[in-house]
Ligand binder design. Structure first.
Ligand SMILES: [Mg+2]
Ligand SMILES: [Zn+2]
Length: 282
């Protein structure tokens, strides 16, 4: 194994709110949106609300201005930049849409840190209306794990299967997956024991995991606020990189990583010589 691939959810994991709600509330369409979401899938309601905004004279620039004001999770911008500079490959898997995500990441100078954004496609038509389409449109694309927690337009588990294949081909990267929502449960279920999941504590994905934690094969490293996300993620990246760099000295690199995690990352503070002595006492 060599290197780390970090897969981020977007809303409430990078952004400190839900981008769809932020735009709908910020531009005064909350009531309509609530009425629509009680009768149809979220993604379809967003499509209709965008049309309504356009017919009432709200431009794509108004929407972009609103998105640029959305708050990021504290510390996430520096965390993303540091992880990128440590050589991690970063990807996004989100049920928002291309326009929202790219506008926000560009505004914060983070877009170039990501090698891939998997989300609902969006186009600005000739009239200047934003049209958001479902990520999956075929019935055969329903949830790969047969869960109710995946919305009809996107099964992130299906997307993570392809990402897993990418991570495992060539230099065999370890995946770390971060998310907060119900839709992040399916991809977390599909990661094997050499990988890591970082569910946001007390959010919907956390509740689903707590129903039966043994269903998650990957190592679970929870977080609640930005500071904790930063510390946990960067320590994990440094730990994995350290163990990979000194792999020749370890009988079992996975055991070293998991033991260090259970000891709250004390390995990170050790010198290579001290760390090399560790497997002997495992
Ligand atoms: Mg989310
Ligand atoms: Zn699914």
């Amino acid at each position: 194994m060599a290197g780390v691939m970090i897969v981020f959810d977007f809303d409430k994991t990078i952004l400190d709110c839900d981008s769809d709600n932020w735009v709908v509330d910020g531009l005064g369409f909350t009531e309509l949106f609530d009425k629509l979401t009680s009768a149809m899938p979220w993604n379809s309601a967003m499509y209709i609300v965008m049309g309504k905004m356009h017919s009432q004279g709200i431009t794509i620039d108004d929407i972009a201005d609103c998105l640029r004001k959305a708050p990021l999770i504290p510390h996430i911008a520096s965390t993303i930049k540091i992880a990128h500079s440590l050589g991690c490959e970063l990807r996004i898997v989100s049920d928002a849409n291309v326009f929202f995500i790219e506008t926000i990441l560009k505004h914060h100078g983070l877009l170039d840190c990501f090698s891939e954004i998997n989300t609902n496609p969006s186009v600005i038509d000739e009239q200047g209306r934003l049209r958001i389409f479902p990520c999956h449109v075929l019935a055969s694309s329903s949830c790969i794990s047969n869960l109710d927690s995946c919305p009809p337009n996107m099964c992130k588990g299906r997307i993570i299967e392809r990402i897993k294949a990418n991570a495992e081909e060539g230099n065999n990267k370890r995946i770390i997956y971060l998310g907060d929502g119900k839709g992040d449960y399916c991809p977390m279920l599909r990661l094997k024991k050499e990988y890591f999941v970082m569910p946001r504590k007390d959010y919907p994905v956390w509740e689903l995991i707590c129903c039966d934690p043994s269903k998650i094969k990957a190592k679970i490293c929870e977080w609640s606020v930005g500071e904790e996300l930063e510390r946990t993620l960067l320590n994990l990246v440094r730990l994995i990189n350290f163990v990979e760099d000194h792999k020749a000295g370890f009988n079992d690199a996975d055991a070293v990583i998991f033991t260090a995690l259970d000891c709250k990352f004390q390995l990170v503070a050790l010198s290579p010589q001290e760390a090399l002595a560790l497997p002997v006492c495992l």
